[in-house]
Structure formats: C-alpha cells, structure tokens
Ligand binder design. Structure first.
Ligand code: IMP
Length: 428
C-alpha cells in the first residue's frame, strides 16, 4: 500500500495529465484534490486527444477507482459534458467515479462575478480562466457555498440558494452593473442535473480510508502548479486553492502521516498563462520558438502561454514546499532545436541574489535571472524511450538538472503518447 501525490512544480501545464495517466497503471485509486474546470489535462487515448478538466486522468484505465475530492469546486454542466465525452469514447465509469459530498458547486453567479471582475477595468486583473473558480472558493471560505450533499434535500437547497442568490444579485448589480438569470432558472437548472450527479456522490474521505486500510495504492492528482498555489504561489496572481501537495490532505481528507511519496512534474522550460511575475520569461524569438515547438496554448482557454527558460529557483522552492522525492521531466523534445539552453539559478535584485522565491511580487517583477548555459543537442528526441538513446547533450542537461536540484527523475517524457517516455524508476 502506498499513497503518492503528484503536484505541478511550476505555473501549471507541466503535462501532469499524461504522467498521472501513466502512473495510474499501478494505482488502484486516482483522486483529484483541488481546482475545478480551470484545469486542462491533455491525454492521448487510443490515438485520440482528450482534455479532462475535472475527472481524474486515471479514468482511461478500466477498473481504476476515480475520486473527485472535497477540495475541488464543481461546475455541474462542465462535469456532465465531460462525462458525456467519455461515454462517447466508449469508457465505462458508472461504478468507479465518486464525487465528494463535501465538494462545493460552482453556480452561475460565480462565473458572472469572475468574468465581470476581470473585464470591468475597475479591479486588478488576474487573467483568470473566467470559470468562476475564485468566487466559488471565496464562498466556500465565507461559508455560503453550496455543496454536493445539499442537492439531496430540495427544500433545504432552495432555502440556502435563495439566501445566497439574493445577496449576490445585489452585489453583482452594484459592483458590475450586471444582472443574474432569474432565481427560478438557477434553481431549476440545479434540479435538472441533481439526479445525474447524485448517483456519483459519496463520502470520499471514508471511501479513501477504506481503500488505504485494505492496502490499495492511491494516487492523488493536483491541478495547476505550486506557483499558482494561493498560499505559496505568486500571490495575488494565483488560483484560489492549494495546488501544492498539502492540498491533498485537506482536499481529500488524507492525513499527512498517510502520504508516502510526492512526485513533482516539471517541464524542461517554463510557461505561465494569465498575469503575474515570471522572472525567466522570454519576450523574444526564443520565447516564440518555445511556444511554437511546445504548442503552448491553453488547454482550457486556448490563450497563448508565456514561455521562458527553466527556473531552478522555482524548482527548488517546489521541491521543499511539496516534499518532492522524485521528479518527472516533461517536453524535453521541445528544446531539440536550440543552440544554447539556459537555466536560471538565482534572481538578481541590485546587489542581492535571491536563491529563494521572494513573496513580494514587485521584487519578482524587477529581478534579473542569473543563468547558467548548456549546449543544445540539435537532434530529434521525440519518442525516445531509453536514456541511452538520448543525444549526449540532452542526457547531460537532464543529469545536471537532477544534480542541481538534488532529486532524481522518475521519468522523462519525450512526446504526448504513453510510449514516448523514458522510465527511470517506479512509484509504487
Ligand atoms: P483561475 O484559476 O481561473 O481563477 O485563474 C487564476 C490564475 O491561474 C490565472 O493566471 C490562470 O491562467 C491560472 N490557471 C488556472 N488554471 C490553470 C491551469 O490549469 N494551468 C495553468 N494556469 C492556470
């Protein structure tokens, strides 16, 4: 038995979808612990590309139990759409998908607030996905959220929805000059999806504890990445949940003493979407080349991602924060065409060189990355499945990153397909 957490080490989009899908081979349960349909996990299954937003990436393995934890915020329509897509692909998950009865629901007023706040020009823009994630988590913390278990009792649901709706209506009108759909429409929409959802709802904490007690392997899947963590990321340009490994404890009800391993997924370069500081960002032809070679466009919103060099300051920070004992390096093939590859080892701000990520976004905005350089390999690495077959300079790059970060790599991904992977160790 083992419980392992998979967390993103950068600003999301590290390629966790493929890695969780691979690691799920030896897991019995895959459980998502935070975020919502802001996430986009791309997976190739039987030659076809799927983008999952809410359902754990383990769903593509028959007979794996998939859990959506209490730490996730769920947009009912988005979840149902995703279920339909999987059914169309011939996947059967009726008896192996369980949604936490404690998970909060995203309602239409959350999306209205999110989009209005971002587009109004009056407030600081975060560059959110506009999916209502932040407002939904805000309601959870303010204790006015509506949870999956509330769907069970129609009278109670109507009562609590009415109270929150009336408050939101006034706030949204006065702040953003927008109207909400009528209460009856919001309530009816919830009632229409209620039975579809309730079939999958259960106490996932109890379920996971039973699975752990009976010796099963549990893989806890995070969305986004450490630098988007609401507590430890580049606040305020973060998502509204704990994307780092600690989120697995609160978001699934698994105590810290039960977690055995933490795997960090990191890209061979860095990307981020939305606003906020990004010390190694490249605004030149190199950045453009990374975007083109890496197809760096958002899986959820289609937005072009900002691209830059590998940031070892961020990686070290993620290793410490998450307690990472093994890493997975993704998209090494994207660097195939570069003459020189750079890695940031510190942030220079005047006379001071930071080895850690400072909390103050102003420092992060103005600091200059301190780089070390590697010679490129200028050879194709796509699809290589053994470390010995890599060009010498690619091997050196990987070895040096591991030495610099003092953590071994479990896998190196050389393409989107399952087979395009160098396996260097096992998780369970
Ligand atoms: P929100 O999560 O939609 O509130 O967006 C907050 C920030 O997190 C924005 O910068 C988004 O672009 C970013 N973000 C949210 N989800 C993801 C993701 O899955 N990958 C990368 N960035 C994300």
């Amino acid at each position: 038995m083992s419980v392992a957490v998979v967390a993103g080490m950068q600003w999301g989009d590290e390629g966790k979808g493929k890695i969780v899908d691979l690691l799920a081979e030896k897991a019995d349960v895959v459980a998502r612990y935070q975020g919502g349909h802001n996430a986009g996990h791309t997976i190739f299954y039987r030659g076809k590309q799927f983008v999952l937003h809410l359902i754990p990436s383990g769903i593509f393995h028959e007979n794996k139990l998939c859990v959506i934890g209490n730490g996730v915020v769920i947009d009912p329509q988005a979840l149902i759409q995703e279920m339909d897509l999987l059914r169309e692909a011939g996947l059967d998950f009726e008896d192996r998908l369980v949604i936490s009865d404690r998970a909060n629901i995203i309602l239409p007023y959350h999306c209205t607030s999110d989009k209005s706040r971002e587009s109004g020009g009056k407030f600081q823009k975060i560059g959110t996905t506009g999916r209502g994630i932040g407002p939904s988590y805000a309601d959870k913390i303010a204790r006015v959220g509506i949870r999956m278990c509330d769907l069970k009792n129609e009278t109670w649901l109507k009562e609590i929805l009415r109270a929150t709706y009336d408050e939101k209506k006034v706030i949204i009108r006065s702040l953003y000059n927008h109207d909400l759909p009528p209460f009856d429409a919001v309530f009816t929409e919830l009632m229409e999806v209620r039975d579809t959802l309730l079939r999958f709802v259960g106490d996932t904490h109890v379920l996971l504890q039973e699975q752990i007690r009976s010796g099963k392997n549990i893989l806890c899947e995070g969305a986004q990445g450490t630098m988007l963590d609401v507590d430890h990321g580049t606040y305020p340009f973060v998502t509204s949940s704990n994307a780092s490994a600690g989120g697995a404890c609160t978001g699934l009800g698994i105590p810290p003493t039960q977690i055995d391993r933490v795997v960090g997924v990191i890209k061979a370069y860095t990307t981020r979407v939305g606003e906020g500081p990004f010390p190694t960002e490249l605004k030149d032809g190199c950045g453009e080349m990374l975007r083109e070679q890496g197809h760096e466009f958002g899986a959820t919103t289609g937005r072009p991602r900002r691209c830059g060099w590998f940031d070892a300051v961020v990686a070290r920070y993620a290793i410490r924060l998450n307690g990472i004992d093994a890493m997975v390096l993704t998209k090494i093939d994207v660097l195939d065409k570069f003459d020189t590859i750079r890695v940031c080892t510190g942030y220079r701000d005047g006379d001071r060189v930071y080895q850690d990520v400072p909390a103050d976004p102003h420092i992060l905005e103005r600091c200059q990355p301190v780089y070390i350089e590697f010679k490129g390999w200028k050879e194709n690495t796509i699809g290589i499945d053994s470390i010995d077959k890599l060009p010498a300079n690619a091997g050196k790059y990987i070895e040096e990153l591991s030495r610099l970060l003092e953590v071994p790599f479990l896998m190196v991904s050389t393409g989107p397909e399952r087979e395009q992977t160098i396996r260097l160790g096992s998780l369970f």
